[in-house]
Design a protein around this ligand. Structure first.
Ligand SMILES: Cc1cc2nc3c(=O)[nH]c(=O)nc-3n(C[C@H](O)[C@H](O)[C@H](O)COP(=O)(O)O)c2cc1C
Length: 327
C-alpha cells in the first residue's frame, strides 16, 4: 500500500492534501473533523491585519458612558487585543486537539505594526504562518517595482519576526511572476501558495448593481496554478502549494506531478464535507499502487518543465498545438 507521507516547508505531513483557510477551519470542532477525515494539515481561517491591530480600549476612548452605555459594555468585555487573543486561543486549542500541523493565517496589506505580534503565533504552537497578501494594484502612481517592493518588505519583515516557516499565498498578478517568486525564495520564504482566489465581482444587468461571481471555484480553474507550478517548481528553491480548482484525486495527482509539495482544497470541502479528505487520500493511494509508486517522492515533480526533455519549447509548442492544431 502506497505511503502518502511527505514534507512541506520542512514539516512532516501524513498526506500532502491540506484544508485551505476558510470558514471551515475557524473552530476546534471543525479542525478536529478535518483531521479525523485525513487532512494532512489545516490552514486556519485568516485573521485580518486590522483585527490584530484592533484595540478595544482605543475604540472606547471618548465614549460618553451615558450615551454609549451598550457599546461600552460590549467593548469593556473584550481584552485589549480581543481578536488576536481569541485567534491565539484557537491555535493553542487546535494544537492540543489534533496531531496534524496547524498553520496560522493572516490576511494582510502592509508590513506595518501588526508584525510585532507575529512571534505570538509561534509562541502558542503554530507550525507555520501563511500570509494571504491582498492588495489590488489600482494606484496609477505606483510602478510594478513599487508594488513588488512592498511585498518584499513584508516578506523580509515577517521572516525577521518569526522563526517558524512562512508561506505566502499570492495572486498571479505580477509583471514578471517568475522573478518575483524567486526573490521571495531568496528572502527565505519557505513556501508559495499559488494562487489565491479573490472575491470576483460581477454585474447584474437587470438590477444594474454590482454583485459577485460564484464564491466556489470550478474544477477548470486548476489550469493556472498547474501551469505555473509546472513551470517553476524545478527552477525555484521553494516549496509550492497548489490552490484553486482542485476538487478531486485527479487534481491532486496532477499538481503533485507538476511539482506541488502540498495541495490546498476548499470549495470541494464545502461541497462534499470533510469526508472528501478520506476519499482523495484513498484514490491517490490507489493510483500510486496502480502505477507502482510506494512514495510521493517517486513521482513528485515528474512533469515539471525543468524535468521535461525540451523545456524551452514547452510553452510555445503547447500554445501552437492548441491554436493551430499542430501535433
Ligand atoms: C467561504 C470562503 C472563505 C474563505 N476564507 C479564506 C480566508 O480566510 N483566508 C484565505 O487565505 N483564503 C480564504 N478562502 C480562499 C480559499 O482558502 C481558497 O484559496 C480558494 O477557495 C480557492 O481554493 P478552492 O478552489 O479549493 O476553493 C476562502 C474561500 C471561501 C470559499
Amino acid at each position: 500500500m502506497a505511503n502518502l507521507k511527505t514534507t512541506y516547508m520542512g514539516i512532516e505531513l501524513k498526506t500532502p492534501i491540506i484544508a485551505a483557510s476558510s470558514g471551515l477551519t475557524a473552530s476546534v470542532t471543525k479542525v478536529k473533523e478535518l483531521a479525523q477525515a485525513g487532512a494532512g494539515a489545516v490552514v486556519l481561517k485568516s485573521l485580518f491585519e486590522e483585527q490584530i491591530l484592533f484595540d478595544s480600549n482605543k475604540m472606547t476612548e471618548g465614549f460618553n458612558a451615558e450615551v454609549h452605555a451598550d457599546a461600552l459594555d460590549f467593548f469593556n468585555g473584550m481584552s485589549s487585543n480581543y481578536f488576536l487573543d481569541e485567534y491565539l486561543g484557537l491555535v493553542e486549542e487546535c494544537k492540543k486537539a489534533v496531531d496534524i500541523p496547524i498553520i496560522a493565517s493572516v490576511n494582510c496589506v502592509s508590513s506595518g505594526a501588526w508584525l510585532k505580534y507575529a512571534k505570538r503565533f509561534e509562541n502558542v504552537g503554530a507550525d507555520a504562518l501563511e500570509l494571504n497578501v491582498f492588495d489590488i494594484p489600482v494606484n496609477k502612481k505606483l510602478s510594478s517595482e513599487d508594488y513588488e517592493k512592498y511585498y518584499y518588505d513584508l516578506a523580509k519583515a515577517v521572516k525577521a519576526e518569526t522563526s517558524i516557516p512562512v508561506a505566502l499565498k499570492l495572486s498571479p498578478h505580477f509583471t514578471s511572476l517568475a522573478r518575483v517568486l524567486e526573490n521571495f525564495a531568496d528572502i527565505g520564504i519557505e513556501a508559495l501558495v499559488l494562487f489565491n482566489r479573490f472575491y470576483r465581482p460581477d454585474i447584474d444587468i437587470n438590477k444594474m448593481v454590482m454583485t459577485h461571481a460564484p464564491i466556489f471555484s470550478a474544477s477548470e480553474e486548476i489550469a493556472l496554478s498547474l501551469q505555473w507550478i509546472a513551470l517553476l517548481s524545478g527552477e525555484i528553491n521553494v516549496d509550492f502549494a497548489a490552490s484553486t480548482g482542485v476538487h478531486n484525486a485527479e487534481g491532486v495527482i496532477k499538481q503533485l506531478l507538476a511539482g506541488a509539495k502540498a495541495v490546498e482544497i476548499c470549495s470541494a470541502v464545502y461541497k462534499n464535507g470533510a469526508g472528501i479528505f478520506t476519499d482523495i487520500n484513498k484514490a491517490v493511494s490507489a493510483w500510486m499502487d496502480k502505477n507502482g509508486f510506494d512514495f510521493i517522492d517517486e513521482f513528485n515533480g515528474r512533469l515539471c518543465q525543468e524535468a521535461s526533455v525540451n523545456p524551452g519549447a514547452y510553452e510555445r509548442t503547447q500554445y501552437m498545438k492548441a491554436a493551430v492544431g499542430i501535433s
